[in-house]
Design a protein around this ligand. Structure first.
Ligand SMILES: CC(C)(COP(=O)(O)OP(=O)(O)OC[C@H]1O[C@@H](n2cnc3c(N)ncnc32)[C@H](O)[C@@H]1OP(=O)(O)O)[C@@H](O)C(=O)NCCC(=O)NCCS
Length: 208
């Protein structure tokens, strides 16, 4: 069976927003709250593109997004970018900035066998694997506690890979932004990414 045939037919609309300079000036707690709100705005935009979504974006007592109206949702927020996605099946999204990582972190994130699939321990591979696994673990609702049980089993091309978790394969599609990589649990051809700026005057994280 190809990876997750049940999800393969569904087109998803993951939305990434460049949050620009406006949020960067806020004090830490306010900034995180603002990014969290903007990530929910990205999820609402994804729902509009999908033509349906949860009426409310609520989480359970463990902080896991709760499905509603038959739609699941996932968000991610980092200082420069936020992202959100909704789907009629469990879904996960993650964004990370590509930056140097220690050899010890590579050991935590994947095995030698997995790194070999990407051609070695390159920092780009690190963040591809990290975001792919986080997206899958969010879709599974477990977060990083499941990291050691998550395996990359195939790297199909620079934007697609398969991750196994909980006895089944999850297809992952990726998108590269300025110094960042994003991942969503969707097979090749199923993720119609939208990348936009918010607010319009934003740009602190964009190239000069
Ligand atoms: C969930 C988790 C993977 C998020 O990763 P992150 O890179 O820190 O944050 P992101 O911005 O990408 O995602 C945050 C969003 O994930 C969602 N989320 C939180 N826990 C989640 C879970 N178990 N499953 C799915 N989604 C979850 C939330 O919506 C959260 O945003 P919000 O708090 O504004 O609502 C991570 O925080 C985690 O695993 N937490 C569980 C506790 C844990 O294992 N901590 C060890 C840290 S080393």
């Amino acid at each position: 069976m190809s990876p997750r045939e049940d999800v393969a037919a569904v087109k998803l609309f993951p939305v990434i927003l460049d949050v620009g300079a406006a949020v960067a000036v806020l004090e830490t707690r306010q900034r995180v709250a603002a990014l969290s709100r903007l990530a929910r705005e990205a999820a609402r935009r994804s729902a509009r593109r999908m033509g349906g979504g949860p009426a409310v974006l609520q989480k359970d007592d463990n902080g896991v997004p709760l499905p509603a109206n038959g739609y699941f949702w996932s968000i991610t927020h980092k200082p420069c970018y936020v992202g959100g996605v909704v789907a009629p099946h469990p879904v996960g999204i993650d964004i990370e900035e590509i930056r140097p990582r220690s050899p010890g972190l590579f050991d935590k994130v994947a095995t030698e066998e997995e790194w070999a699939l990407a051609g070695g321990r390159e920092v780009l591979a690190f963040f591809r694997y990290w975001t792919a696994k986080e997206a899958v673990l969010k879709a599974a609702g477990v977060g990083l506690t499941g990291l050691s049980r998550c395996r990359v089993t195939a790297v199909h091309d620079p934007q697609h890979m398969t991750v196994w978790y909980d006895g089944r394969p999850w297809p992952v599609s990726q998108r590269f932004l300025q110094g960042h990589v994003a991942a969503v649990t969707a097979p090749a051809g199923a993720a119609a990414w939208e990348v936009d700026q918010l607010p319009p005057e934003a740009g602190a994280c964009s190239p000069p």
